[in-house]
Design a protein around this ligand. Structure first.
Ligand code: S3P
Length: 174
């Protein structure tokens, strides 16, 4: 694995991950897609039928497997907020990049999306409270945090590539 993207729902992890993988001429893996494949069910169905705890178990098992593969990994918004997953990410030598975005940017992107169970279940205030509660956990897990609101996906990818090419790159801010 060459890079791992973390961040809240709607922060652009999948879009940026695909583009970054293209630029690095490697493969892209999306942890949610891998979980869906493994479970044979959509994320909403997993949450509805088995509950979030079961989803988190699958997520952790899938994360361990994903780290052994080459390429760029886009995680789910909750992945690094689970202590066991945070420990897996911290123990891995793969750079972890957090895509940060303002509340309004996130709400614009996810508010009308019905494929995310937490968005379906939480009202706007609760969703933003979750975002704020998770922010320090993303920062703790990340080697690089990029504030993405004013950047196009190609610019975010260029920022990441630039940072990846620097020899000393831990706990940086871009
Ligand atoms: C979740 C985010 C989702 C998905 C699941 C739980 C979360 O991924 O893993 O619905 O806890 O924030 P995205 O960030 O790709 O939407």
């Amino acid at each position: 694995m060459e890079a791992i993207l973390i961040g809240f729902m709607g922060s652009g992890k999948t879009t940026v991950g695909r583009l970054l993988a293209d630029q690095l001429t490697t493969q892209h893996a999306d942890l949610d897609d891998m979980i869906v494949e493994r479970a044979g069910q959509a994320i909403t169905a997993i949450f509805e039928q088995h509950g979030e705890g079961y989803f988190r178990q699958l997520e952790q098992q899938t994360l361990r497997g994903a780290l052994a593969q080459p390429g760029v990994l886009s995680t789910g918004g909750g992945t690094p907020t689970i202590p066991a997953n945070a420990a897996i990410l911290t123990a891995s030598p793969v750079p972890v990049i957090c895509l940060a975005a303002d509340d309004t940017t996130i709400l614009d992107r996810v508010a009308h999306d019905t494929s995310r169970p937490l968005v379906n279940d939480l009202d706007t205030a609760a969703l933003l409270a979750l975002k704020h509660q998770r922010a320090p956990l993303y920062e703790a897990a990340a080697d690089l945090v990029i504030q993405t609101d004013q950047l196009a996906p190609t610019e975010i990818v260029a920022t990441i590539q630039d940072w990846l090419s620097q020899p000393a790159r831990r706990s940086a801010q871009a």
